[in-house]
Every structure is written in structure tokens, then in C-alpha cells.
Design a protein around this ligand. Structure first.
Ligand code: 3H9
Length: 705
């Protein structure tokens, strides 16, 4: 395909007195420079031609227009700008009608709001989701949406980034008419001809007065207070409110100027860079060599082995995606508990009014509980989620090898164990793969797809297809202890332990980590997950731990007391009477002090910034090792793992993007300074050293892959 030109991405055709202007810029008709030029030229042509009485704007393919071309942000601006294009549409002296049959998002909706009439088809999806990219609607959206749908509703739409379906958009006043069927052009022409026959006037959104300005300002004040609380640290949401306030208080043109200035501030912010990196990275992780080399196997029926928290969560995820699922447990009592675990999720939804009893019954009709492996002889794909023990898992796979049909995909939901060893327990290692779900598995988006040495490419492709069907974010990982996420987690958790032993309290560390943008700090996470889980892992690793490596025993001392976190009422924090938010515990601080004294450590002070430098340096250094060893295909795979599975603040783009934005020389200099304290732990990753020497960043590896 040649480069897009205005003439190829925007075509015009005359239908009687109507000029049909079609945006045809696959995949989503984004408003790149060629589209903007094409639209401007089409509007000029329509204006100049006396034979044209009206203009129809339509999108080819599935979308109307999904917004500005995000790939152009951060590059030099090219003319005409989108606000100029929108103005040329609104200024047209002949009625302009936009036909919305699919995504009309961001700049796409701004184009539509500049038209004089809007027609929707049932699959239309309207929204101003710029906030998700660290931006605000920058082509008049903040000025026109409040005029069309009211200040409160428009501001809420922009702050949430939500999409409205056709009916909701009609009710909100964003569209004038909804038709149930027809192609966009046919439905649009019928509507346009009707409007022309009625001599419908040119209706400019900018001419609509904002109703009840003082009430609107009060609504904005309330939204501002709520937003400041909810979107802690985010830049663009409060700027959106400022723009809408300008819409209420200033003239349309002054409001547009204010919007432009604030849009440019957002464009310049590092949050925009982080969020747009996250957007593209999440779409890149499915681009893996195996998906190009092979077709996925067909699969319709699933079996889940194990009905514990994980097995039940995976079962719910599969049922929700429409699969038929057989759950296997070892005995009648366990399978009854497994079924209860599944039903508990649906009962919770019913209690919240998000599911009906009939809906639950219909879903559960696709669920079969069983204690016999022979029941799953014909299933297409099996996911094992039994106790995290290599021997137990190997025994399950021997059984699966015995009963499952030829070609069935056999997956293990281990978080740490050697999948090559599990595959070796079968006579068909080519069919064995790792699917590492995160708890709660029906909610968490991340799915690490762990690729052992002998698995065939079509099984890997099948796992990615499954992720798509389950609406998960898949990341390809290689086999090692902890794969991408848990391996890196173990290292920065260690950095947090060292900080604790060296002088920062667990509470100061958690606070610094929250200040960076995580919802929780590492010690809160430990308490939530249950301290016994990490304790078991530490015991398992004790035999292979390098005796020269520094080991902090505070967590062991806490676990020895039976303090496993929230579920036992205390861990690093106290949870009196089942409280969900912990309180600092003086006895834990005494344990920390005792451990420091035992090791002869004189405690030091750490500022929140110093805490984060170490925490992040540990994360990035291990991330670089994971990329270098091929455990992650690219740095962006590490980023997506942390964004989707570990609560990494999205506006920072992920650990590797964060490092790029800090500058790798700075990150390396920090690691080299820490190395003087602990040669073993802070050994710089060779890849990081190499990139710094070559003057490159992690993103150069994303682009090269
Ligand atoms: C904006 O409009 C600012 C203005 O207010 C002011 C300007 C002055 N640009 O998601 P998919 C690519 S900000 C470039 O897999 P789906 C995407 O990367 C924008 N590329 O499909 C992927 O590429 P590839 C406000 C884009 O069917 C391919 O299209 N708009 C853009 O699951 C397919 O995407 C938004 O934030 C774009 N705008 O979902 C909407 N959008 O094939 C962002 C997509 O190479 N987009 N691509 O991997 C979406 O939400 C979804 O893509 C959409 C389709 C719902 C449209």
C-alpha cells in the first residue's frame, strides 16, 4: 500500500445535490494529516460548488472516525490542525450531516459535533476518551459537548472516557436521530434529503447557549472536588474541568483558545507520553513470532482442574466468555466447594444488581462439575490450577496425558514452577504451555503466556487466541522462576526489605510507593495476599539461595507469629475487627529494630524520593535482565505485565518506559552508586550498561523487535 494522500483517504462523490465525503483511512479512520487535508479540501469544494446543497460525512469500514492519529503526537504539528478542520465544517453555509455507524471517538466526535446534524446507526459508539491518553478533547470538544448535552453530563463523559451507545447518545442529545438499519451512506442520504426538503437550517453548535450557567458552575465545583480526590496525581482531568468552566464563562472563541492552550500543556506532559505508550504497548504484546508462524487450534470446550480461588476465577472468566467448562476436583467435597466458589462470584453480582437469577442459571448451564478425569476426554483445552507444587502438578499432567484427546492443549496455571519439567511428565510436551492468571482471575486483565522449550507454535497461537476471547491482556514470557512479573517482583520486594532493614519503616516505604502512583505499597500487598504465600516461596528457595546474598528476616519473624496479614487480623499492619485498611503496628517496628540490632545495622533516614529511586532501580535492572535473557520479548512486554498485573501507575507507562523518561544514564548511575553497598544485589544488568554506552534507550528495542 502506498503512502496515504488526501485523495486516497478522503473521497467525495455527488449524489444529486449532496456531496458524500468518505473518510477511508484503515484501520480506524484516524485523523492523520492526509485526512485533515482531505476533509479541508472537501469542505472547500462543497462550499464553492453552487450545485451542492448539503454535505454528508461518513466513515468507511467499521469506524466513523476513532480520533486524532495518536502516532502523530509528540511530532511536529502539520497543517491544517484539527480545530481548523472542525471550524471549516461548522462554518459551511450548507447543512453538514455526520453519519455515525461505529466508533466516533475523540477528534472523531469533535468532527461530528462540528457538523450541523448527527445521525446514528445502532453500532455507533460515541465518546471523548482523550483523558485515557493524558489529554483533553482539543478540537472544540470541551466547548461543544457542554452545549449539546449539558455541562454536567459532558464533563462526566470527558472525565470517564466512557463510550456511549447509539441510544444513550440520542438521549444525551449528542445525536439528532437514530435509525435501526441501512448502510451509512443510504441512511445518511435519506436523512439529508429529508432535511433539504424541509429547508432545514444550518445549525451551529457554537451558537447554542449554555443553560443555567450558575448551576453549571456549581456542578463543576463538585466535580472538581471529586476528581481531585479520585484521580490523585493525574494532570488532564482537572484541565478538562477548567476548559468546561471556560465554556460557561467565556465566549465560544475565547473558550476554544483556552482549550487549545490547556491541550498543548497536556500534550507536553510526561503523563501523555506514558499513557500513549501504554495504549500502543497493550496492542503490541499480541504480536509474537508464533502467531505469525502458525494458526491457532480450534477450541470450544474447556476443562479447569481445581476449584480453589484460582480455578474458580478462571472458570468464571471462561463461562463469561461463553465457553462450556468442566471443572475437575479430586473428591465430592472439593468439587462441591469448587462449585460454591464459582456461584459465590455470580451471587455477588446478583446482590449488586449486575446479574439476574436467570442469567446465573443460563451461565451455570454451561458448567459441569466432576471428579472423574474421564469426563474430559474430549475437551479442546485444559487449564490446570491445582496446588502450587511441582510433584502434584506433574501427577495431574500424567493423568491429563492419559485421558485427553490427541491435540488437546494442556495448560498449567503455575506462577513460578518449571513448565519444562511439567511438560516432561507427559508424552506430548508440544501441547503443554503455561497460562499464568492473576487473582481474582475473572477480573485481573493480565495473562502471562509462558512458552516452554518444546511447545509447538500453534499451541502458543491458541493461547493468545484464548486470551483474546477471555478479554485478557496477554504477554509472552519465557520459563524461569517467576516468569516476567513475579521474578521482577521478588527483586524489588527485596530492595524494599533492604530499605526497611537500613532504616525506613515499612509504613514509610508503602507511603512512598503510593505517592509514586501505586494503589498499595509492597507491605500492604503482602498483607492482602497473605504473608504465608511468600513465606512458602522463601522456604522453597532457601536451599538454593546464595549464602553470600543479603537476606532480611523480618517477614519470617512476622510469619512465625502466625501474622499472615488481613486474613489473620495482623501482618505488617494491624487490622482490628476485620478492618480492611491496616494500622501501623508498634510491635512490628520493634521486630524490625531487633533485626537491625542483630545485624549491627545503624538505621538511616530515607526520603520518599530516595526510597523510590532504589525501588524503581531494582525493578528496572531486573527488567533489563529479563529482556536480555529473552524471558520477555521486548521492554514493552515488561511494561504491560506491570501495568495490567501489578498496579503500576498507568500514567508512568510501565517501569521500562519510566526508565527511558528518567534517562537510562541516570538510572545506571543510581545502580552503580548502590552497587558500592551491595555488589551482589545491585549488579547492573549488562543490557542497561550496553544501551547507555550506545546512547540508546529501551524503546529502541521495542522498535527493533
Ligand atoms: C484525540 O482525538 C485528540 C483530539 O481531541 C484533539 C486533537 C487536536 N490513532 O484497538 P484496536 C490503531 S486523541 C492511531 O486493536 P479495536 C491501533 O493501534 C484520540 N492509531 O481495535 C491498532 O493498530 P495495530 C482519541 C489508532 O477494534 C488498530 O488501530 N481516540 C488509533 O479493538 C486497531 O485498534 C481514542 O482514544 C488512533 N486514534 O478498537 C480512541 N486508534 O493494528 C482510541 C486505534 O497496528 N482507539 N488505532 O495494532 C480505540 O479506543 C480503539 O482502537 C477502537 C477500536 C475502539 C477505536
Amino acid at each position: 500500500m502506498g503512502a496515504a494522500t488526501p485523495a486516497t483517504v478522503v473521497t467525495t462523490a455527488r449524489e444529486g445535490a449532496i456531496l458524500v465525503v468518505t473518510v477511508d483511512n484503515p484501520p480506524v479512520n484516524a485523523l492523520g494529516v492526509a485526512v485533515r487535508q482531505g476533509l479541508a479540501a472537501a469542505m472547500a469544494a462543497a462550499q464553492a460548488d453552487d450545485g451542492i446543497a448539503g454535505v454528508l460525512l461518513v466513515g468507511a469500514g467499521k469506524a466513523f472516525i476513532a480520533g486524532a492519529d495518536i502516532r502523530e503526537f509528540g511530532k511536529p504539528a502539520m497543517s491544517p490542525s484539527l480545530p481548523e478542520v472542525c471550524r471549516s465544517i461548522e462554518d459551511c453555509t450548507k447543512p453538514v450531516i455526520a453519519v455515525l455507524h461505529g466508533a466516533a471517538l475523540g477528534g472523531g466526535l469533535e468532527v461530528a459535533m462540528s457538523a450541523h446534524y448527527r445521525l446514528a446507526l445502532p453500532a455507533a459508539s460515541l465518546g471523548l476518551p482523550e483523558v485515557n491518553l493524558g489529554l483533553l478533547p482539543g478540537s472544540g470538544g470541551t466547548q461543544r459537548a457542554p452545549r449539546l448535552m449539558g455541562v454536567k453530563a459532558a464533563t462526566e463523559l470527558m472525565l470517564s472516557g466512557k463510550h456511549l451507545g447509539a441510544k444513550a447518545a440520542l438521549q444525551a442529545g449528542l445525536v439528532d436521530r437514530l435509525v435501526e438499519s441501512g448502510t451509512p451512506v443510504a441512511a445518511g442520504l435519506a436523512y439529508a434529503n429529508e432535511l433539504l426538503a424541509q429547508k432545514a437550517p444550518v445549525r451551529r453548535t457554537r451558537d447554542i447557549a449554555i443553560a443555567n450557567p450558575s448551576g453549571a458552575l456549581a456542578d463543576l465545583e463538585a466535580l472538581r472536588a471529586d476528581t481531585a480526590k479520585k484521580t490523585r496525581g493525574l494532570f488532564s482531568p482537572l484541565k478538562i474541568i477548567e476548559c468546561v468552566q471556560a465554556a460557561v464563562q467565556l465566549t465560544f472563541d475565547e473558550g476554544l483558545a483556552r482549550e487549545r492552550a490547556l491541550f498543548l500543556e497536556c500534550l507536553d506532559s510526561p503523563q501523555r507520553a506514558g499513557l500513549i505508550h501504554a495504549f500502543f504497548a497493550e496492542r503490541e504484546t499480541a504480536k509474537i513470532p508464533e502467531a505469525q508462524a502458525a494458526q491457532p487450534r480450534a477450541f470450544k470446550t474447556l476443562a479447569i482442574i481445581g476449584g480453589g480461588t484460582m480455578g474458580a476465577g478462571i472458570t468464571v472468566s471462561a463461562l463469561d466468555a461463553g465457553f462450556t467448562v468442566t471443572m475437575i476436583e479430586r473428591d465430592a467435597e472439593s468439587i462441591a466447594r469448587g462449585q460454591k466458589n464459582v456461584e459465590k462470584v455470580y451471587d455477588g453480582l446478583i446482590a449488586k444488581g449486575r446479574m439476574t437469577e436467570e442469567g446465573k442459571a443460563a451461565t451455570m448451564a454451561r458448567y459441569t462439575p466432576s471428579t472423574s478425569y474421564d469426563e474430559i476426554a474430549d475437551v479442546d483445552l485444559v487449564i490446570e490450577a491445582v496446588f502450587e507444587d511441582l510433584e502434584v502438578k506433574k501427577a495431574v499432567f500424567k493423568e491429563l496425558d492419559r485421558v485427553c484427546k490427541k491435540g488437546a492443549v494442556l495448560a498449567t496455571n503455575t506462577s513460578y514452577l518449571d513448565i519444562d519439567a511439567i511438560a516432561a511428565a507427559t508424552s506430548r510436551p508440544q501441547d503443554v504451555i503455561g497460562l499464568h492468571f492473576f487473582s481474582p482471575a475473572n477480573i485481573m486483565k493480565l495473562l502471562e503466556i509462558v512458552v516452554p522449550a518444546k511447545v509447538s507454535a500453534d499451541v502458543v497461537a491458541t493461547a493468545f487466541e484464548l486470551a483474546k476471547k477471555l478479554k485478557k491482556v496477554p504477554v509472552r514470557a519465557g520459563v524461569c522462576d517467576g516468569f516476567i512479573g513475579n521474578r521482577i517482583l521478588a527483586v524489588y520486594k527485596q530492595a524494599a526489605d533492604y530499605l526497611m532493614e537500613d532504616g525506613a519503616s515499612p509504613y514509610e516505604i508503602d507511603e512512598a510507593v503510593r505517592g509514586f502512583g501505586f494503589a498499595m505499597g509492597p507491605f500492604q500487598v503482602t498483607d492482602l495476599a497473605g504473608g504465608d504465600i511468600g513465606w512458602a516461596t522463601r522456604k522453597r528457595r532457601a536451599a538454593t539461595r546464595d549464602p553470600k546474598a543479603r537476606y532480611v528476616e523480618v517477614a519470617d519473624r512476622i510469619c512465625e507469629r502466625g501474622w499472615f496479614g488481613q486474613k489473620t487480623g495482623r501482618g505488617f499492619y494491624l487490622y482490628p475487627q476485620g478492618a480492611r485498611v491496616g494500622q501501623p503496628d508498634p510491635e512490628v517496628l520493634a521486630i524490625v529494630d531487633a533485626e537491625r540490632a542483630k545485624k549491627g545495622v545503624t538505621p538511616r533516614q530515607f526520603t520518599p524520593e530516595e526510597i523510590m529511586r532504589r525501588y524503581m532501580a531494582a525493578m528496572v535492572n531486573e527488567g533489563a535482565k529479563v529482556v536480555e535473557e529473552g524471558i520477555a520479548l521486548r521492554p514493552l512486554d515488561v511494561d504491560v505485565t506491570f501495568l495490567s498485573g501489578y498496579g503500576f501507575p498507568r500514567f508512568r507507562g510501565g517501569p521500562m518506559k519510566w526508565a527511558d523518561m528518567q534517562g537510562l544514564p541516570q538510572v545506571l548511575a543510581d545502580i552503580q552508586a548502590f552497587e558500592k553497598e551491595d555488589l551482589l544485589f545491585w549488579k547492573p544488568a549488562p543490557l542497561l550498561v550496553k544501551l547507555v554506552a550506545e546512547g540508546k534507550n529501551f524503546d529502541s528495542l521495542n522498535k527493533a523487535a
